[in-house]
Design a protein around this ligand. Sequence first.
Ligand code: ZN
Length: 167
Amino acid sequence: MARHAADKFDQRDHAWMREALRLAGRAEAEGEVPVGAVVVRDGQVIGRGWNRNIGLDDPSAHAEIIAMREAGQKLANHRLVNCSLYVTLEPCPMCAGAMIHARLERIVYGASDPKTGAAGGKFDLLLDPAHNHAPAVEGGCLAGECSESLKTFFRSRRKSTVATQVD
Ligand SMILES: [Zn+2]
């Protein structure tokens, strides 16, 4: 029997995504767009990241890039072989490119991103068969919680922008 779309993720997937969500909270606390990511190998987190573009004055400081950098340092290898990456939001084209270079085995994301998502949300970059490395890509893990944290952030930001304009 075909498995339900809702239960293609197991408890461990949910646990890693919860950790990514916790890191998204750190981004939010620092005034960044709340996205978090973890790189996992052999049941252990070897890289953690959250969006830090503003704090680091770095256009490439997305959660996934930071998590992959840390994992590479830990493994002393630019290839993250046998690693999975969990991220709360569908990766953008920049991160998708880095993920292909990293040779990740599996990529799991939470919310879809119809604006810049590169796993089919907007672009089909991550799944393009032209790559010589094809990671497994699965979206929708804790999608409700992941998109809720982003929605709440943008809602409160809109409110504060309005408040500033009124002031
Ligand atoms: Zn990105």
